[in-house]
Design a protein around this ligand. Structure first.
Ligand code: SAM
Length: 353
């Protein structure tokens, strides 16, 4: 009778604790790089579980730092772990981990904002977009100052199926400042509904996993942290170019407390503003007196579809930016008064995600 082949799960051999690693390599947290470390391995295990099964998976960890989350990823059975870390002080500690898991860890010292992830994993991983997601995950306890621009880059990559999404619908498990995590998952009419809610939800299933209290980090940040999981949708809810959708959504939320027509009007040059904005809302069947936070993704889809058609009818509409028009007017006025300065002309728009 053949001997039963029991699969022994991979466990890292005994290693210095993360606290000892921090001491050994004198890894004082750098505020400039938003370094807040997680030392509790039960918490890092819990983050990693949100990604789903990592057995034999390929994983990219963003900003591993002293390596707490890294240990949990390896203990979850990842076969190929790519670490992208900007701060070279962490590299010796990460090398120690790499030696403890031979052949599994690749270390890149670099900036995740410019790193070419489309070349980092083997093509055999590639899946058709409509298929199940590939066995590739991105996991990170992200620096707060990088998390939103990085996510917006990745959303654009999802829309174009580029970067980490050349392999298919790569899943992301990431941490954000709690307030940002709430915006990402906010539903229609909720107080946190924002640009970020629409941009993330039209492209992905976005799941809020759990909140980590600030006191769990060293040093303790001012805020709590939310863990969010993203699976790109097989069919985006809006099928227009990312930049066009971003422009419509940005304009609508420009005046988030006002009726939505105010932001929509700003998509058009002054001479045609009322006429074309009226036409856009009428054809999209969007009530002009609703607040931006009350609009559903289906409303944004209808608005983006009509706006796209108007852009093909009216030359230069797509590149029209009312802020530029206002800035020039303001500059002109100030120059006439003999004062030259840069400002938004006192307009009431908000340009934050
Ligand atoms: C909040 S700390 C988390 C560290 C570790 N993952 C943990 O959970 O304890 C963020 C990490 O990201 C790194 N980092 C900051 N900006 C980065 C960037 N642009 N690219 C790659 N890593 C970055 C920092 O050096 C730091 O190690």
């Amino acid at each position: 009778m053949a001997a039963s082949s029991k699969i022994v799960p991979f466990r890292l051999p005994p290693l210095p604790t993360i606290r000892e690693i921090i001491k050994l390599y004198k890894l004082r947290a750098e505020k400039q790089l938003s370094q807040n470390f997680l030392l509790d391995l039960r918490l890092t295990d819990k983050i990693v579980r949100q990604a789903g099964s990592l057995r034999d998976a390929h994983v990219c960890e963003v900003g591993p730092g002293p390596g707490g989350l890294t240990r949990s990823i390896l203990n979850a059975g990842a076969a190929d772990l790519l670490l992208v870390e900007k701060d070279n002080r962490f590299i010796p500690g990460l090398k120690l981990l790499s030696e403890a898991a031979p052949g599994k860890v690749r270390i890149v010292q670099g900036d995740i904002l410019t790193y070419r992830m489309d070349r980092a994993f083997p093509n055999v991983l590639n899946k058709e977009w409509e298929d199940d997601p590939p066995d590739l995950h991105i996991i990170g306890n992200l620096p707060f100052n990088v998390s939103t621009p990085l996510l917006v880059n990745w959303l654009e990559n999802i829309s174009n199926r580029t970067g980490p999404f050349v392999y298919g619908r790569t899943r992301l498990t990431l941490t954000f400042q709690k307030e940002v995590a709430e915006r990402l998952t906010a539903s229609t009419s909720s107080r946190q509904r924002s640009r970020l809610s629409i941009m993330a939800q039209y492209l992905c299933t976005v799941k809020s996993c759990f909140t980590i209290p600030g006191r769990a980090f060293i040093p303790k940040p001012e805020v709590d942290v939310g863990v969010v999981h993203f699976t790109p949708l097989a069919q985006p809810q809006i099928q227009q170019p990312f930049k066009l959708v971003e422009k419509v959504v940005r304009n609508v939320f420009q005046f988030r407390r006002k009726h939505c027509h105010k932001g929509i009007e700003m998509l058009f040059p002054e001479a045609q503003r009322l006429e074309l904005a009226g036409q856009m809302m009428c054809e999209a069947d969007v009530d002009p007196t609703r607040r931006p936070t009350e609009l559903k993704i289906a409303d944004f889809k209808a608005l983006a579809d009509v706006y796209s058609r108007l852009c093909s009818e009216y030359q230069n509409l797509l590149t029209y930016d009312f802020r530029e028009e206002l800035r020039l007017k303001h500059l002109h006025r100030k120059t006439r008064q003999g004062v030259v300065e840069e400002s938004n002309g006192g307009a009431e728009w908000v340009d934050e995600y």
